[in-house]
Write a protein that binds this ligand. Structure first.
Ligand SMILES: [Zn+2]
Length: 488
């Protein structure tokens, strides 16, 4: 009895401690609304007209087998030079692999601040023939409708970023602003194909010139609203890194024969089992540092249970991990994902197949390596009859720091321009040009000063890509503020 009493008392003290921790560490916040800085109508109209024009250049990346359309890319270059004369007088411009643009905005006088870089890409993905009819407005006309929405391929990905950066530079130069450090604008022309002729070459050039960037910003994350379950406030998500990827083929061969006298396996069953085994043995889920910080940032917005769990992660980590694993989108942040996507075997129901294969696509988490993923798959399959073949393979990037000049400048500029909204680090699950600059930049971030609603995510690379022209104009203000903060 006495012992039970002690245990109960201990438990009560523990729960009390956890409750206090919750209330002290993560008090309930009130949802914050986005500060919507006033922008002059003339600015909105000017920026919108320029992005509209930019969209009309069909700077499409088809494939590396097909050369870029010189007419479209050169036309786009000329349009930039004519539209941003001050930027072109002040900044040095090099064309790289003909179509990528590397601008250097030189410091007024040499100082000890390391240069910084802003990235965007000129190319866009094609609009497939079958999707064309579904567009509300033709994708390469840059239509601005009566509701102030600008439609077209590249409206978000990524000509908005490019135009608002140029616009910010032009405005600052007109105001007499001179940076106290070099600022690069790095505009690749083949991001949608992987950046081999654009970002990769520009990064090599910077490296050969011993340029070391303090930090760099690219597309790949943004402000979101209604995307994080249970969080009402808009949030700024600054991405610190990118996942890698690799595809594996598990194949099996067999002599075949009539299906009336099968062995205990077929080439089909071996391949299918290999695929199923890796699916059934996913990479372990873990809440990493960035995700922990993300959870602590969003928790004040969430219900008491979520706050209690986040404030007491020392105890609730397994529960929290299991909870996040229930949602495939959040699970993707916690591990290397495994997707058994294709299989092929057999030609007739009554013929034993001579060949079978399963194709599995992995997205590699920054704490894993491609080689580690391949080795783990072989170990799990553990079947000599199955051949594992690797296709491609790109390592994840390292995660940039959250305690750096770059991260805090982006976060502070968000507060300055958009109000006191929560800012949290994240991981990008797609690829961007940013991954190529880890060798020349101490830190690479991904952030677009634009609020993505859940419906926007479908439009990128999809049908009806569009941007609201008022938020477009606000992006210019953000980049002006960030450049001033970083280089004044
Ligand atoms: Zn893009």
């Amino acid at each position: 009895m006495k012992l039970v009493g002690k245990i109960l008392l201990g438990l009560a003290a523990l729960v009390g401690f956890m409750l206090v921790r919750t209330v002290v560490l993560l008090p309930a916040g009130t949802p914050v609304t986005l500060k919507e800085p006033a922008v002059e109508q003339s600015t909105i109209d000017r920026v919108a007209a320029r992005l509209s024009k930019a969209i009309t250049y069909r700077t499409i990346s088809w494939s590396y087998a097909q050369a870029p359309d010189a007419f479209a890319f050169n036309g786009f270059h000329k349009f930039l030079a004519e539209t941003y004369p001050l930027a072109h007088q002040t900044m040095e411009l090099e064309k790289v692999s003909e179509y990528s643009l590397m601008y250097r905005w030189p410091a007024a006088k040499p100082g000890d601040k390391q240069p910084i870089a802003f990235m965007a890409h000129i190319d866009v993905v094609p609009v497939p023939e079958y999707g064309l009819a579904k567009w509300t407005h033709a994708p390469f006309e840059g239509v601005i409708d009566d509701d102030g929405v600008l439609w077209g391929r590249g409206a978000m990905d990524d000509k908005a970023m490019l135009i608002t950066l140029m616009e910010a530079a032009e405005t600052l130069i007109a105001d007499g602003f001179q940076p106290d450090r070099d600022i690069y604008f790095l505009f690749g022309h083949d991001e949608e194909l992987g950046g081999a002729n654009g970002a990769v070459v520009m990064a090599d050039m910077l490296k050969s010139r011993n340029v070391e960037l303090e930090w760099a910003v690219d597309e790949g994350s943004a402000m979101v609203q209604g995307v994080v379950p249970g969080v009402q406030s808009p949030m700024a998500l600054i991405s610190l890194g990118e996942k890698g990827f690799v595809t594996l083929r598990f194949s099996a061969e067999d002599e075949g024969g009539h299906s009336s006298a099968p062995k205990s396996y077929t080439a089909a069953s071996l391949a299918a089992r290999a695929g199923a085994r890796v699916m059934d043995n996913p990479h372990p889920l873990e809440i990493d540092g960035f995700l922990e910080q993300f959870l602590l940032t969003v928790a004040p917005e969430m219900n008491f249970t979520s706050r209690f769990a986040a404030a007491n992660m020392w105890l609730t980590r397994p529960l929290l991990t299991a909870g996040l694993a229930n949602n495939s989108a959040t699970a993707a942040f916690m591990h290397t994902t495994t997707a058994f996507t294709m299989m092929k075997s057999g030609i007739k129901p009554n013929i034993l197949p001579q060949y079978g294969e399963a194709i599995v696509n992995y997205r590699v988490h920054p704490r894993d390596t491609v080689a580690g993923v391949v080795a783990r798959a072989k170990e799990i399959i553990d079947d000599e009859r199955v051949t594992v073949t690797q296709f491609g393979g790109k390592e994840a990037t390292r995660m940039s720091s959250v305690d750096s000049e770059g991260y805090s400048m982006i976060a502070e500029t968000v507060k300055e321009v958009f109000g006191d909204i929560p800012t949290a680090p994240t991981l990008t699950v797609q690829g961007t040009d940013g991954r190529h600059y880890y060798g020349v930049a101490k830190d690479v971030y991904r952030f677009m000063p634009f609020v993505f609603q859940p419906t926007d995510l479908k439009r990128i690379h999809g049908t009806d890509e569009a941007v609201d022209i008022v938020s477009l104009a606000r992006q210019v203000g953000f980049f002006e503020a960030l450049i001033k903060r970083a280089a004044e």
